[in-house]
Design a protein around this ligand. Sequence first.
Ligand code: PLP
Length: 378
Amino acid sequence: MRSLINFNLPDISHEDCVYLSEALRLGKSSGNGEFTQRVEQLLQTLLGNSRVLLTTSCTHALEMSALLAQIKPGDEVLVPSYTFVSTASAFAMFGARPVFVDSRSDTLNVDSSLIESAITPRTRAICVVHYGGVACEMEEILSIAGKHNLLVIEDNAHGLFAKYKGRYLGTFGAMATQSFHETKNITCGEGGALVVNDGSLVDRAEILREKGTNRTKFLRGQVDKYTWVDIGSSWVLSDLLAAILWGQLQRAEEINARRVMIWNRYYAQLSGWAHQHGVQLPVVPEGCEHVGHLYHMRFKAAEQRSRFIDHMKSRHISCVFHYQPLHASPVGQQFGGRIGQCPIAEHAGDCLVRLPIYNTLTDDDQSRVIEAVQQFRP
Ligand SMILES: Cc1ncc(COP(=O)(O)O)c(C=O)c1O
């Protein structure tokens, strides 16, 4: 029997574990240690001196962004319907109503032409998602936000080091969030980061992450004791996980380059088959440089996708669908979402499938995936 080709395989290597051993030797397993500082400093330098705060997850970074945006009951926050639940729940948690906006049919990013009509006097912020690390139209989104005095938050869970017009994603909005979950290109198992681009939010961000105390200032020697100064929670990443992240970041270029190579090969070798059978392959508009985070295809009908997943499974290849549109979910409907409201998101929810992609996927295994896809008749 042929071995199983997983959909995803996190690659925490021996080198990463050397840093983990080093963190253990230093005896600092809680947060804010040597490796947290190294990782934050490195990301800050790469992202153009924004303040980067490592967090326990991207979800927690999104919750911090909601607090920093001073979201309160009655506010509205625009979010794409086609996203992970955290993009909306982080704001709903503080009383906001998520207002769901449909996606562009090519990139599946929020359709910026639908944003303005979704804005009301209650709208406070727009949270965009760069799906698969392919950038949203940031200039247009920032211009709409500026006109209506709205905060822009980038949920960049998929796109660390991806670029839009030569500039890193996560550096456009007032804030951005990153994920280091095991499904992401760069991982420490569970982890995230808040990128604070608006300097006026940095002090409070540090306080929120440290349970509402000014402990970060204390650790920098800026105050002689720390105390409770605001609300907050326990969102500091363990230094052990930061050490793994440090290892991963040393290999980030290599990891991303390999993933992009796999992505390009899928694209080149599946185009003919896709064209022949009316299957939609991912689109990367001009100006967008992605990092090979995911490779997706969309069938015309849900039934074709189910048959495809079974077909691949019978060949020991794991292919998976992605988001269920939030506007149509039970909670989304409580917030006013209704079936039919976001047709592109609904179609992607029913018909999109993702192929295996990870940096340790071998050429031979990728050939097996490609052959199996080409044998499928939608
Ligand atoms: C777009 C998006 N935002 C947020 C998250 C949540 O990330 P985390 O698991 O780090 O909280 C995910 C998870 O995959 C995601 O896809």
